[in-house]
Write a protein that binds this ligand. Sequence first.
Ligand SMILES: [Cu+2]
Length: 713
Amino acid sequence: MHCLPPFVPNDGCRILLLLAFTAAPAAALQRPCDPPTPLGPSHDLYCIELVPAPGIMGVSGRVELAYPPGPFTVAVTADGRPRFIPVVSLQGLPASATYVAWAAPPLMDPVLKLGEVQNGSTTLRAVDLEKFVVLITAERDRRAREPSGRVILRGQSPSTRLFPPDLLEFSIGAMGLPPGTGHHEHGDSDAAPDTLHWPMVPMPRGLTMLPAEMALRPQVTPYLPIGTPPAARPRDLMRLADGDTLRLEAGLVRRTLKGQTYTMYGFNGQYPGPLIEVARGSEVVVAFTNRLPESTTVHWHGIRLDNRFDGAPGLTQPAVPPGDAFVYRVRFPDAGIYWYHPHVREDVQQELGLYGNVLVRSPDGVGYGPSNREQVLMLDDLLVGASGPIPLGRESPTHALMGRFGNLFLVNGEPDYRLAVRRGEVIRFFLTNASSTRTMNISFPGARMKVVASDAGPFERETWVESVVIAPAERYVVHVCFDRPGRVALVNRVEGLDHLFGRFLPEVDTLGIVAVAPARVGHDLAASFAALRRDTATTRELEPYRQFLQRPTDKSLILTLETRGLPPVTQRLMQLDSIYFAPVEWSGTMPMMNWASTGRQVRWILRDPATGRENMDIDWRFRRGEPVKLRLVNERLSFHGMQHPIHLHGQRFLVLAVNGVPNDDLAWKDTVLVPAGSVVDIVLDPSNPGRWMLHCHIAEHLSAGMMMAFTVE
Ligand SMILES: [Cu+2]
């Protein structure tokens, strides 16, 4: 059955696949090269079928592109190339020879020796090539540095399926302008002078757009706040003691970014909102007032608070209308870095600046290894055009397919983050990704970095990393040692995918600069920084949850979407796109068609395969104190496969495995990135009673339906 590319599978094919595999039980762990099931990782994205060379009989094999275990659910190099561990399985090799596996770019230069292989399964050294071929050769000498013997088997990485399409079909009438989307109806020239209209979205460098794409506009009313509110100021640090009250007000602010003045939203007239610092175990009162022109709530992301104060509209409270107030009582049972943001139209309200951090300290001071100083950074990307933010969709989100990728990077609300340190200084960075959709690959080139903690607690042991992969709403705590004087950039380095030309597009975004002075820091932490710390208390605490790795799944969720009424050019381009999905869509490489897709055309779906129920029709019930194993399945065959950062309110969980590869360094989390075509197994600790939300944290996906509720009894 040919259900895979070159073309997206039709529904008949998909139904056959489902019928063929629904009877299969969900294995405790399933790897990409195992026989495909609807609840397994994608065979065609993470498994290469090897083909015998001409004249070779009776030999077969495949290469699993295995997930390399680590603190993130996707592995990439600092410059954004995906990294996999090839696991080669071979059958039928005659015993008389030595066999070697090789990998190389399609033009075969340079050739990388992966290692000696034999019948059965062999795990080889990691590969981080964009597109590559795999060769198995018979060699006279196992020490051969390049292939010189006969080729036995060969295969191509899934990414080599990317090819430029026949552009002719896009240039003629069939892909012409969809009705009502031309410049004529919505172009800048005929808009009334005082009516907001859709400006052109900025085009990323190096990308070509088709004429039919360029004519697309979102079919919703453009919205931006209006008025000349007071200028916003940087955030205050609010140290709150148990029982203290914080007055928090959401309202309009004026922001000046790169010389342009924008009317945006802010908490207490600040950007980001106040940094709230509290001790673990304390409880504070937040007296909230809504001065926005629309309803809102405040959600306390990742905090295991009382259900009534979770800020989920329609579930835990009615949305707060303009001019109204709500009193939140927030308790902090866990140390870590958290954040707060509205839970109404995040694609509008969070994008316009409503977010702030909560830093919960453990009173005994334990938690992290030593550092000289701390920096709490909220990372964001704002989408701006020539004269201000690109407007938002009033009735429904724009950018409903991939989410709104921004072009102006902000660290704590500022485009040019600056930090001055001394040589040898170890800085603890608390990183929060507050962007709508962008997963970032953050690094400080030239400075060593280790990951020490994630959303809601420390890792069992620290890990050296060359970059931090941080999805929307995730948090990571890293220690960075700046031991060479000079300037170190804070960068996001990724590879976008140009589907039209079938190529990878490297992208470097500089978010800030750390200036390292030649004078050495007074308190030298070189020795403690050089050692990777083990947190034995965390390992002991998490031990009972490890057994869930081998247990059958209690509940599964399929992450997918459905669309209606998309313009023909969008339909066709998305079919091209589906030939290959990178694990993460790092960049907005289809800006026009993504922009023009709204929540009226795109419905993102969480589906329970056990009941067929979707989104808010799902009604999961868990018992307090009884851990459950959940499987998150990012459907490969969906119309557009991309990563989803899945967030569970009011609880915490551990990431047990990615694509069947166990994770042996656990940390409590509340948001997990599920890469395209991948399966992530988590064990949930249902510790906090109430009715809670589970949703994708891509703001546009959430606003396009990708949410459900569950109850802890
Ligand atoms: Cu999503």
